[in-house]
Design a protein around this ligand. Structure first.
Ligand code: PLP
Length: 376
């Protein structure tokens, strides 16, 4: 039996998503831009998914724009908003632990004349709203901050930060990469005070290659892909109806039981932390109050790739750091004060509410065995 514990990298599409995608590939294969009935039917499938996502965020359907994934949503948010608002306001503020799709885009904008301020966690290892407010000023056009860190599960104080920043600098555009929080924590655009929100379908049991950007009404974002003016000109290119329909189906399935699944994931996280804490070489890197879906631990003195491949030989799949960085250290752990041998031995276990205690026990036993074998 294989044990898949890499759900922050990607999730298995749910049956509803697969059947929605299949339907759009076999029956409803029209182009949503076509003026005939087949086109209209495809457009209705796209609109239905758009409404499901909009409802989940508590916003109007007209504010949801489909993209090829959160990497593109984050690029569109940062490049598009800085192009629209950055003529006289040349500063961008980001957290120091953003996913590469934000941090690399910020670095690109920095090379192109923007000042980028990266806010780090405090001495206590936590982010503080006041540090972001202090980093902002009248020259700031954009503040970008993720909801849940994909490597450690830290929950960032997005709501407190955006509320405080908007009170002092209402003209600053606020962007939240909600990829690891969506369908796991409550994500409501107005409570967050977010102007822009990035989402990805494949982290929530939809398909890879589709995501969305919420753009608050009245907020300007200059397109980065130009062409046939689909998605109201914000994102040209024929909409991927199968992937979008699958995204909508996954949202409809999971939106109603976020709280229940959070409780279950919390029990599972406690179970795993209790199991591995008895192993002397293990240090837990994720905070107790972090997302229950991501548990980062270190096998101190064993390189993560070696442990990862040992576990893989037992058909147990976890990640070392972030899956997107393919083994390259991203610097995020260091930002949270996890360095040297502890960082070198970091493993990320990411679960769903459907993960079982048995699977976690299999992982913990194999980890224990691996520690002994890898040492010898
Ligand atoms: N943002 C975060 C926090 C992520 O974890 C990921 C993927 O790992 C992304 C953005 C990129 O998402 P996508 O794979 O849809 O491009």
């Amino acid at each position: 039996m294989s044990v898949y514990l890499d759900n922050a990298a990607t999730t298995k599409p749910c049956e509803e998503a697969v059947s929605a995608a299949c339907n759009a590939m076999t029956e409803n294969y029209g182009n949503p831009s076509s003026l005939h009935r087949a086109g209209l039917k495809a457009q209705l499938a796209v609109d239905s998914a758009r409404k499901a996502i909009a409802d989940s965020l508590g916003v109007d359907s007209g504010c949801i724009y489909f993209t090829s994934g959160a990497t593109e949503s984050n690029n569109l948010a940062l490049r598009g908003a800085s192009a629209a608002y950055g003529r006289n306001r040349r500063k961008i503020v980001v957290s120091s632990v953003e996913h590469a799709s934000v941090s690399e885009t910020a670095a690109f904008l920095e090379q192109n004349g923007f000042e980028v301020v990266r806010v780090s966690p405090g001495e206590d290892g936590q982010f503080h709203a006041a540090d972001f407010v202090n980093a902002c000023d009248e020259t700031t056009c954009l503040l970008s901050m993720m909801m849940v860190n994909n490597e450690t599960g830290h929950i960032l104080p997005v709501k407190q930060t955006f509320n405080a920043v908007k009170r002092k600098f209402p003209e600053i555009i606020t962007h939240c990469d909600c990829v690891q929080g969506y369908m796991k924590l409550p994500v409501k655009a107005s409570a967050l005070d977010a102007d822009l929100i990035s989402l990805s379908a494949h982290k929530i049991h939809g398909a890879k290659g589709v995501g969305a950007l919420y753009i608050r009404k009245g907020v300007r974002v200059r397109p980065i892909v130009t062409g046939g003016k689909q998605e109201k000109g914000i994102r040209s290119g024929t909409e991927s109806v199968p992937l979008i329909a699958a995204f909508g189906a996954a949202v409809r399935k999971y939106n109603g039981n976020i709280g229940e699944r959070f409780e279950r994931a919390s029990q599972l996280k406690n179970h795993l932390v209790n199991r591995v804490s008895s192993i002397s070489e293990i240090a837990v890197n994720s905070p107790e109050d972090g997302s229950p879906y991501i548990i980062n631990i270190s096998v101190v003195g064993r390189r993560s790739e070696i442990m990862l491949h040992y576990l893989e030989s037992r058909e147990i799949y976890v990640s070392s750091g972030s899956a997107c960085s393919k083994g390259q250290q991203s610097g995020v752990l260091e930002e949270f004060g996890i360095r040297d041998k502890r960082a070198d031995g970091a493993l990320r276990i990411s679960i769903t509410a459907e993960t079982t205690e048995e699977e976690l026990d299999i992982f913990a036993s194999a980890l224990h065995e691996g520690i002994v074998k890898v040492r010898s």
